[in-house]
Ligand binder design. Structure first.
Ligand code: IMP
Ligand code: MG
Length: 180
């Protein structure tokens, strides 16, 4: 078990498993008839997944435009709170195919809110890609169009995801265990 910052981290999804899955997701996305694709990475947690997924998309022939929206749904704790847009995108979404990329779909509050926002701005479609799906935590009717992995009901870190601002840099997804 890798030790990071004095904690044991159990690897749930390895860097190589994630890379393989990203390519499969990219192929799935490429098989749809999106005409004018605008990818929106939901910050902060999705930044590494989005960076890898858009390069996998390039490898299968897609050339999306890329934007970032900064959504806060968590505060500093680990329970879902109110959804707020902290920094909006600059692009026009009217008439375009939007693909939201996020790290985890949990209650669904963050992505339902963001999806409704894009549709209210006239997006032609708004699909959702998430690395991890915690289905057992859902509080909305939202489901993702593209899911990397089903996630157990544990708090995960790494590959962009943090606990109290730590562990985003890990190249894998893991669960923090005890002190080393
Ligand atoms: P929800 O779907 O609105 O409940 O919130 C999903 C968001 O909560 C994700 O985009 C993450 O930012 C955060 N989140 C949920 N579970 C975890 C976790 O296990 N580790 C890190 N962040 C999480
Ligand atoms: Mg998030």
């Amino acid at each position: 078990m890798p030790a990071v910052r004095g904690k044991d981290i159990e690897v749930l999804f390895s860097a190589s498993a994630i890379a393989r899955r990203n390519l499969e997701l990219a192929k799935e996305i490429a098989s749809r008839d999106y005409t004018d694709l605008l990818v929106i990475s939901v910050l902060k947690g999705s930044f590494i997944f989005a960076a890898d997924l858009i390069r996998a998309m390039h490898d299968v022939g897609l050339s999306p435009e890329v934007e970032f929206i900064f959504i806060s749904s968590y505060g500093s704790g680990t329970t879902s709170g109110e959804v707020r847009v902290l920094r909006d995108i600059d692009n026009e979404v009217n008439g375009r195919d939007v693909l939201l990329i996020d790290d985890i779909l949990e209650s669904g509050k963050t992505l339902s809110y963001t999806r409704e926002l894009m549709l209210s701005r006239g997006a032609k479609s708004c699909s959702i890609a998430v690395l991890l799906d915690k289905r057992m935590r859902r509080q909305t009717s939202l489901n993702a169009d593209y899911v990397g992995f089903d996630c157990p009901d544990s708090f995960v870190v790494g590959y962009g995801m943090d606990v109290a601002h730590a562990f985003r840099e890990l190249p894998f997804v893991g669960v923090v265990k005890g002190e080393v």
